[in-house]
Design a protein. Structure first.
Length: 187
């Protein structure tokens, strides 16, 4: 069970990108920075996360790169610009992991925990008992369970799923509403 009021500077936030930080494109991928649009108040949410979480780690499936539809250089530009904007607003991202893999059985493709395991290797002081995954798809919730961490589901793009699913520990409408419910959001 996740008690978000207990979150403090010892916690780690794993967070998905498309549909959580930025708007998804219908039946397509975000290919360039020009197509990347932050959800309202996301940069403010990251400012609150900066004050509260020990680590903030983006984990994102990017099948468009694997299919050759999104250029790796463009993805790099998207991530650098996303970090720059978040940093300018007082937030931070400690690491970004992405999986371009096409095979759903790839250890690095969510719901498999490979990207999280890479983060645990890079940041060995992450306590999985004090870590959570925030995402908008059940594959994000399964990633969290496979990594042994708590899960937070955002209804931004798939509000009709069974919100009582045991893979979901908490539910919020947006990243901003989640941030506002955290102890730092109440300051």
């Amino acid at each position: 069970m996740l008690d978000i009021t207990a979150v403090d500077k010892n916690w780690t936030l794993f967070i998905d990108r498309d549909g959580v930080i930025n708007h998804e494109k219908y039946m397509d991928y975000i290919h360039t920075w020009d197509e990347f649009v932050f959800y309202d108040n996301v940069t403010e949410a990251f400012r609150l996360f900066n004050d509260l979480f020990k680590y903030i780690i983006v984990v994102t499936n990017q099948k468009g790169v694997g299919k050759g539809l999104t250029k790796a250089d463009d993805l790099d530009t998207i991530h650098k610009n996303m970090e720059l904007v978040i940093n300018e607003k007082g937030g931070r991202i400690d690491a970004i992991y992405f999986s371009p893999d096409l095979d759903d059985d790839s250890p690095n493709r969510k719901p498999n925990p490979g990207m999280g395991l890479q983060a645990l290797e890079r940041f060995p002081d992450i306590d999985v008992n004090k870590a959570m995954m925030v995402g908008n798809k059940m594959s994000d919730m399964e990633f969290g369970r496979n990594l042994g961490i708590h899960t937070v589901y955002l209804t931004t793009t798939h509000p009709a799923i069974d919100l009582a699913d045991k893979r979901i520990d908490a539910v919020f409408n947006t990243l901003d509403s989640f941030a506002q419910a955290l102890p730092a959001g109440k300051l």
